[in-house]
Design a binder for this molecule. Structure first.
Ligand code: NI
Length: 271
């Protein structure tokens, strides 16, 4: 599969879980904007054949290169890496993973059960497998039981390894000079933003500012063919700044900003 085809298909799956994404596209198209993505993000667990490096390996096959920097989110028990694209018009790929040893024994055994070889729909992650469910649907009662301990674990168990968010590159928009201006346009058009830690995460001095919509409830398939509304995905917006003394935009990520962005799928943030 070609990378462009992968991203097209990934987008089709993502909009099913992100009803606001096509709304944002329409609102930007009405201004004559063409959208370039800053990054695309995946969530997984730090378990052998499905860890973040295995997700990244799929993109390495398309010429992506892992950045030499590990991001740590101790409060959420996550680690992340990101991969730089073979050409600047392509999105970076950001992959986070839950450090399973750090969660409660009960949650650990649920994650190991959900991702056990007998439940996996693929033996090895491939481009195709990142476009469909990675493992069998999980039990809804178990999902509800473990959600309060780790929203991240619940989301990932329920959806498997698929795109968690696309991110509009605000630098590549022509009619918005700032992230504030874009946010105002979205809010004026009745979109809800994640206000956890303020609508804008990061400052120009951090070289990266980010905001995001709040996920909405979408139906998700659970074991036994049960369908339940749970939080889907969100759309993110990123504005990058030049690294001091260079003409190059900062391409990294800021853990303390991303920490709050992860909360865009939290039930308690839903208004
Ligand atoms: Ni992101």
């Amino acid at each position: 599969m070609q990378l462009t085809e992968f991203f097209e298909k990934a987008w089709q799956g993502y909009v099913q879980l992100t009803p606001d994404a096509p709304v944002v596209h329409r609102l930007l198209a009405e201004r004559g904007e063409t959208i370039l993505n800053d990054h695309v993000a995946f969530r997984t667990f730090n378990i052998g054949s499905i860890n973040r490096f295995e997700v990244g390996r799929v993109f390495e096959g398309w010429g992506y290169r892992m950045a030499d920097e590990e991001l740590d989110f101790p409060e959420k028990k996550l680690k992340a890496s990101y991969w730089l694209p073979p050409s600047p018009d392509l999105p970076k790929v950001f992959v986070s993973e839950l450090v399973v040893e750090k969660v409660s024994p009960g949650l650990q055994s649920w994650i190991r059960e959900v991702t056990s070889p007998s439940k996996m729909r693929v033996k090895k992650l491939t481009a195709e497998s990142l476009l469909s469910r990675t493992w069998e649907p999980v039990d809804f009662a178990q999902y509800q039981r473990f959600y309060p301990e780790s929203e991240y674990a619940g989301w990932t168990a329920a959806y498997g390894i698929q795109v968690n968010h696309f991110t509009v590159s605000v630098n590549d928009l022509k009619t918005f000079s700032s992230l504030q201006e874009l946010n105002r346009y979205l809010v004026d058009n009745e979109l809800k933003l994640n206000e956890s830690g303020g609508a804008i995460k990061g400052r120009p001095e951090d070289l990266l500012e980010q905001s995001s919509t709040l996920a909405r409830h979408v139906p998700c398939e659970f074991a036994g063919g049960q369908r339940q509304p749970i939080m889907g995905c969100y759309y993110e917006f990123a504005k990058r700044y030049l690294m001091p003394g260079t003409q190059e935009l900062f391409q990294g990520f800021i853990p303390k900003s991303a920490d709050k962005i992860f909360e865009s799928t939290y039930e308690r943030n839903k208004k």
